[in-house]
Design a protein around this ligand. Structure first.
Ligand code: TEU
Length: 632
């Protein structure tokens, strides 16, 4: 059990803390306000709860084994009851599905198994009718090879659209053999260049060869993106976009070799050649001006390869008018061996490392006009409860850790994003499933690469990493009902990915109405988050016990005073046990800077199992609690 000897005092935690003796001098003044009023001044998307739907796996209405838009519409009441304010729908556009729709063939048409453009209109209306918004996934770093723009570009060197993609002549080595224009290694274990026989040039693709990169340097290409993808859907009424790979549009235009960092590979990681390039802020600002701002559309961009908060801030500073929000990935990448060669060679890490990443992106907006996001799952990562919690030691610890992870997410500052199934604690695919159940292009390529090396140890390590980190885990069918066929996801004989063997234990039907369930706890937490947005959505984050390996402790401090008493900021203390062992409790009133009588218990993950957590009660395995210095 961790030592509890080090004392944390308000003076160290709160530099601007006014002790109660000073309060009578009237040094601090603040108008009494409740947390909800604060929201009036803020855009809806800050306190809004976003929920990502991965359409192929959410709900199949027509029995073909693929989820679809009518299926999603039939579940909107479920999302609305959960407390969702905005649905983010992963790509549903027409696509050959080389990368699950992140390879778009036609931005204005819908992939037939998902439905039609009219279904998207109906989805928008049905969301709006319930007071929810809808954002689509905008994939405009690249298109599919089958997109008409690429077909035209590829048709000849003189095609008017030749320059809409990035074409370069070959190089030749000393033996006179043709080699690509640069030595870059892309994502998905692919080189970044593919040779085109017809026009005798290479085209650039950071991802699969099926996903050629658009050339954002070309102004006509940019205008077409704004008009034919973004404005097209905004005109039809959607509320904004999650913007894929948003910091990769401006490449470094020298097209030079990357330094050789891994001599085993012919091609080398080179993200500095395409992330955060010289014109990136110009492009995003223009995108905002020409496509987002005129519609007051909300935007959340996907950033990768960021050196630190100072690089993230320019993307989200309100005055810069680029993006409303971004996803920064340093926390969610924990455990991976980087994006390139060894991505799936698992790297163990400790809780203090995770805390450091979280703290950095909780606090970097302080004193700025920027904003941050909160998430621990999406369609590109393993399930949170299997990665950060404990899904392998029985039902009790699975539930306790899923509830504690929920408490963690729901108390952090920024816009909260939930991924489908997270709210019921869905877990990774069973460890016994073989590589044939992994359908993702990235998983398959990394596994094939390891196999081709003939190195058994590398194959085993890759498979081990895939079992924890693969993108497939979050993509299996949603578990609605433990008694229904295919977990209630589909009536088909075969679903596009296999349904989890454990669906009878983990599903919506079983958890609905059970106060001890993960789902009901999420529902409750989202209400708490919305009741005290000043503390949980907008509060200042102060981390405690940074080096503690089991306990995760922090305070959230509002800008508002307790009951209007000047100088007494509303605070919440979040104490969590991220281990299987019982842990000592926190010095609640001391940390909150109030008397024992003014410290209030708000909620515990053990609620429903045990009535009330005392201030000095030890923390049960994977228990989390919130205390406040104001009467909840
Ligand atoms: O992902 C961008 C990306 O680079 C990573 O976050 C991704 O997880 C990948 O595994 C890197 O190794 C976005 C989408 O979220 C992802 O699903 C797509 O495959 C990708 O873009 C290409 O469009």
């Amino acid at each position: 059990m961790a030592e509890n000897a080090d004392k944390i005092t308000p003076a160290t935690l709160y530099p601007n803390h006014v002790s109660s003796s000073k309060l009578t001098n009237g040094l601090c003044h603040q108008t009494e306000q409740n947390g909800t009023q604060l929201l009036g001044k803020e855009p809806w998307w800050k306190a809004g709860v976003f929920y990502q739907v991965y359409p192929a796996s959410f709900m199949d209405s027509n029995g073909d084994g693929w989820g679809d838009i009518p299926g999603l519409i039939s579940k909107l009441d479920y999302l609305s009851d959960l407390g969702v304010d905005c649905v983010w729908l992963s790509p549903v556009f027409d696509s050959p599905q080389a990368d699950m729709g992140y390879d778009v063939r036609d931005y204005q048409a819908i992939y037939a198994p998902y439905g039609t453009a009219e279904d998207v209109d109906r989805l928008t209306e049905e969301c709006h009718r319930r007071g929810m918004k809808l954002i689509l996934d905008l994939v405009v770093n690249h298109t599919s090879v089958e997109h008409a723009w690429f077909q035209e570009s590829r048709s000849s060197k003189t095609s008017p659209k030749r320059d809409w993609y990035i074409w370069k002549p070959a190089r030749y080595n000393s033996q006179g053999e043709r080699i690509p224009p640069t030595n870059w290694r892309g994502y998905f274990a692919c080189p970044t260049w593919t040779w085109d026989e017809e026009t005798q040039e290479y085209y650039l693709h950071l991802y699969a060869p099926d996903q050629p990169d658009l050339n954002w340097e070309n102004p006509d290409c940019r205008d077409a993106i704004y008009k034919e993808t973004m404005r097209f859907w905004l005109d039809r009424g959607v509320d904004g976009f999650r913007i894929d790979t948003v910091n990769k549009y401006s490449k470094r235009t020298e097209y030079q070799d990357a330094p050789v960092t891994d001599p085993r590979w012919e091609s080398q990681p080179a993200p500095e050649m395409w992330c955060n390039g010289p014109r990136i802020h110009e492009f995003i600002h223009e995108m905002n001006e020409k496509a987002l701002a005129p519609y007051q559309a909300v935007s959340v961009g996907e950033l990768s390869n960021m050196a630190g908060p100072a690089d993230v801030l320019p993307y989200v500073g309100a005055a810069r008018r680029e993006l409303d929000m971004v996803f920064e990935f340093s926390m969610i990448r924990l455990g991976t061996g980087g994006g390139f060669g060894p991505k799936y060679i698992y790297q163990p890490y400790t809780l203090p490392t995770l805390k450091r990443h979280v703290a950095r992106f909780q606090t970097f907006i302080e004193g700025t006009d920027g904003w941050t996001t909160v998430f621990c799952e999406n369609h590109d990562n393993g399930r949170a409860v299997s990665r950060f919690g404990d899904s392998g030691s029985g039902a009790e610890l699975w539930r306790a850790s899923a509830r504690t992870l929920a408490l963690w997410q729901a108390t952090l500052t920024g816009t909260l994003f939930l991924y489908q199934g997270q709210e019921i604690g869905m877990v990774n695919m069973p460890a016994a499933w073989g590589i044939e159940e992994y359908k993702d292009v990235e998983s398959r390529n990394f596994y094939a690469d390891a196999s081709a090396s003939g190195d058994r140890d590398r194959v085993d390590k890759t498979m081990h990493g895939l079992r924890i980190l693969a993108r497939d885990h979050s993509r299996i069918p949603f578990q609605w009902d433990g008694e229904a066929r295919n977990a209630g996801f589909s009536d088909a004989d075969e679903t596009w990915m296999r349904v989890h063997d454990g669906y009878r234990d983990i599903n919506v039907k079983k958890q609905t109405g059970d106060p001890a369930s993960v789902l009901e706890f999420w529902r409750r937490l989202l209400k708490i988050r919305k009741k005290y947005p000043d503390v949980f959505v907008h509060g200042v984050f102060r981390s405690l016990r940074d080096e503690d390996l089991q306990r995760y402790v922090y305070v959230k401090e509002s800008k508002l005073d307790v009951n209007g008493k000047p100088g007494t900021k509303r605070r919440a203390l979040v104490v969590m046990n991220w281990s299987k062992e019982v842990q000592e409790p926190e010095n609640v009133n001391e940390v909150l800077g109030c008397s024992a009588e003014s410290a209030h218990f708000l909620v515990s993950t053990t609620d429903g199992c045990r009535e009330r957590a005392q201030l000095d009660a030890a923390l049960e395995p994977w228990e989390g609690r919130i205390y406040t210095n104001f009467q909840p």
